[in-house]
Design a protein around this ligand. Structure first.
Ligand SMILES: C[S@@+](CC[C@H](N)C(=O)[O-])C[C@H]1O[C@@H](n2cnc3c(N)ncnc32)[C@H](O)[C@@H]1O
Length: 190
């Protein structure tokens, strides 16, 4: 990612700190950990919530198979425009909110995702909005699909406990700030 992307991210953080949630984009180390946790190398459909400047998006696209699809949902119009420059035919960049996940997936005619990857800041949204997004992810995911959330705060872990139990959590220290990477598997039968 170029200097322009980093500047855009920082400027948008200053304008909307609670929404953007981080001062700088994720590190390569965190990107690699997310790609591995989500199992995107075997996925046919992946949804990303909060792609920001697109570092995590590019990392997933590098790992995904040729015929796969990645739907990225970004709330911030300026950051969404950066997604449109990625230029990969597998990517569908959608400007909108994770709160509308169910309608957005249906609107693009996509299959149940094998993975949902989220960088959105659950700690700064209302419990109602957070629970609504988690319920939508739970109904959308394919059986055996994975939900991966990277957060500095442990709030998403608490919110998900009622739906999926404790899940796995790892810490990536080579990121500013250090991030927890939570991972759950959808055990819903086919
Ligand atoms: C911590 S940044 C992560 C950016 C990027 N994935 C990375 O790792 O560098 C969180 C992103 O989530 C976006 N966001 C926040 N709330 C959202 C929502 N409800 N729906 C979609 N995107 C959201 C923000 O605009 C921001 O781009």
């Amino acid at each position: 990612m170029g200097l322009n992307g980093r500047m855009a991210f920082f400027t948008e953080f200053l304008r909307h700190p609670l929404q953007v949630g981080s001062v700088i984009p994720s590190s390569r180390f965190l990107e690699r950990r997310i790609v591995a946790a989500a199992g995107v190398a075997m996925a046919r459909t992946v949804v990303e919530l909060g792609p920001g400047t697109g570092g995590t998006t590019r990392a997933m696209l590098r790992a995904m198979p040729a015929g796969a699809k990645l739907l990225s949902i970004e709330l911030n119009p300026r950051l969404h425009r950066l997604q449109q420059h990625i230029g990969d035919e597998r990517l569908i960049a959608h400007l909108g909110s994770a709160c509308d996940l169910t309608d957005i997936i249906a609107g693009h005619g996509l299959d149940e995702p094998d993975a949902v990857v989220s960088g959105i800041p659950f700690s700064t949204m209302s419990a109602e909005a957070g629970t609504g997004i988690i319920e939508a992810i739970s109904s959308a995911l394919a059986p055996g699909g994975r939900f991966v959330a990277y957060q500095w705060s442990g709030r998403v872990g608490t919110l998900c406990e009622a739906t999926w139990g404790r899940g796995e959590a790892a810490m990536e220290l080579r990121n500013i700030p250090p991030m927890r990477v939570f991972q759950w598997e959808n055990c819903r039968p086919q």
